[in-house]
Write a protein that binds this ligand. Structure first.
Ligand SMILES: *Cc1c(COP(=O)(O)O)cnc(C)c1O
Length: 387
């Protein structure tokens, strides 16, 4: 074999089946070959296991999918290139022209824009309610055939809590599927409810380190098979190198989530006692409007702490600028703490009435609590707040 050929047919290094690496390798290969046409065709027909093309399946991505499906308590998972890709693939796979989707003013902005824009252009109508309007949800579902109820809990950024039992019961009574964006609650929460489809941004708690984008769709087999066909054709798949990074992040998922949630509760408690803070929105606090429901539904309450300052616009701006350990930036759930001022939280594409119903005010600030020492975070907040 000459050099030009050799570099394209490098020597193979076989690893025996009883000599496994402790960390599974990254299968950074788009193509998988068979030794004969017959075996390739058998794999194609599903008569033997095998991979062919990474857009359809890849061993590293598959390991992540199996892990996440098990943690969330469903049959299967489709790993996607981002959280928004997971949302878009789910919506496009499950809705068709003429359908109606029930969404909410609190829905994550880009997901809401998919409902209002893309799905609208393909003839899918939607209604937006507020997530705590259980009576309204029942009324809309009774009045109008609805394909999907698309929602989040806790919502971002206000940490409103959906009544999962009430929503799944009402949806199923009226033949609608429930799709829950479970990013803020995480894989260890909400599996016990009759949610049909979970979507997650893996960019947040799963990857955990702010260095990789990813998304996941998790559902029972029949729904997952349906969604996978469309997701693969949309090309919204996760790259195996990104899947490896998310798998590495998942090794410390519980440790990080629990530590961040404990620090978030400490921060929320501190803020609730400060005279410059008008109101704290954290479901772990006893005076949260749906604290009892959150306790019943969730093991812990996440790392997002949102609050309204009792300050004018200049005061809010000075507070955010004065913080030392909270970077001003989007996203949440990573190891580092973050802050977003009201100007960057304001929902876009809502009527004035809907924007008011979303609860985000001119002095609303969102924190994402990382794994720094909570005493340092509280001291930082204390120093930045006026006395
Ligand atoms: C961040 C986020 C998304 C989008 O995820 P990306 O990975 O950034 O595409 C969707 N839903 C929620 C609730 C999020 O916080």
């Amino acid at each position: 074999m000459r050099g030009r050929t050799r570099v394209n047919h490098p020597p193979e290094v076989a690893v025996a089946a009883d000599n496994r690496p402790l960390v599974a390798p990254i299968y950074q290969s788009v193509k998988f070959a068979f030794d004969s046409v017959e075996e390739a065709l058998r794999a194609e027909r599903g008569e033997r296991p095998g991979f062919s093309y990474t857009r359809r399946a890849n061993p590293t991505s598959r390991q992540l999918e199996r892990l996440l499906a098990e943690l969330q308590g469903r049959d299967d998972c489709i790993a996607c290139g981002s959280g928004v890709a997971a949302v878009a693939a789910s919506l496009l796979a499950l809705a068709r022209a003429g359908d109606h989707v029930l969404g909410f003013v609190e829905t994550y902005g880009p997901s809401r824009q998919l409902l209002q824009g893309l799905l609208g252009r393909f003839g899918v109508a939607h209604t937006l309610l507020t997530i705590e309007d259980d009576a309204g949800i029942g009324r809309v579902l009774a009045a109008r055939p609805t394909r999907l109820v698309y929602f989040e809990s806790p919502t971002n950024p206000l940490n409103r809590i959906a009544d999962l039992a009430a929503i799944t019961r009402a949806a199923h009574a009226h033949g609608a599927l429930t799709v829950l964006d479970n990013t803020l609650a995480g894989f260890h929460n909400h599996g016990q409810y009759g949610i049909d489809v979970f979507v997650h941004s893996l960019t947040k708690y799963a990857a955990g380190h702010g260095d990789v984008l990813g998304g996941a769709i998790i559902a029972r087999q029949e729904l997952a098979d349906r969604i996978r066909r469309d997701a693969v054709n949309l090309g919204a798949v996760l790259d195996p190198h990104a899947a490896f990074l998310v798998l590495r992040g998942m090794r410390t998922y519980y440790l990080r989530y629990e530590a961040q949630a404990a620090s978030a509760l400490a921060v929320a408690t501190f803020l609730a006692g400060h005279p410059a803070v008008a109101r704290v929105h954290y479901p772990g606090l006893p005076d949260h409007a749906r604290h009892a429901l959150a306790r019943a539904q969730m093991h812990d309450f996440g790392a997002v702490v949102t609050f309204d300052l009792a300050l004018d616009a200049d005061g809010v701006r000075s507070f955010v600028d004065a913080l030392e350990f909270f970077a001003i930036g989007p996203s949440l759930g990573s190891v580092e703490s973050l802050v977003l001022p009201p100007e960057l939280l304001r929902p876009r594409g809502l009527s004035a009435e809907q924007a008011a119903a979303s609860g985000i005010g001119p002095a609303t600030v969102r924190l994402s609590i990382g794994i720094e020492d909570p005493a340092d975070l509280i001291a930082d907040l204390d120093a930045a707040l006026p006395r």
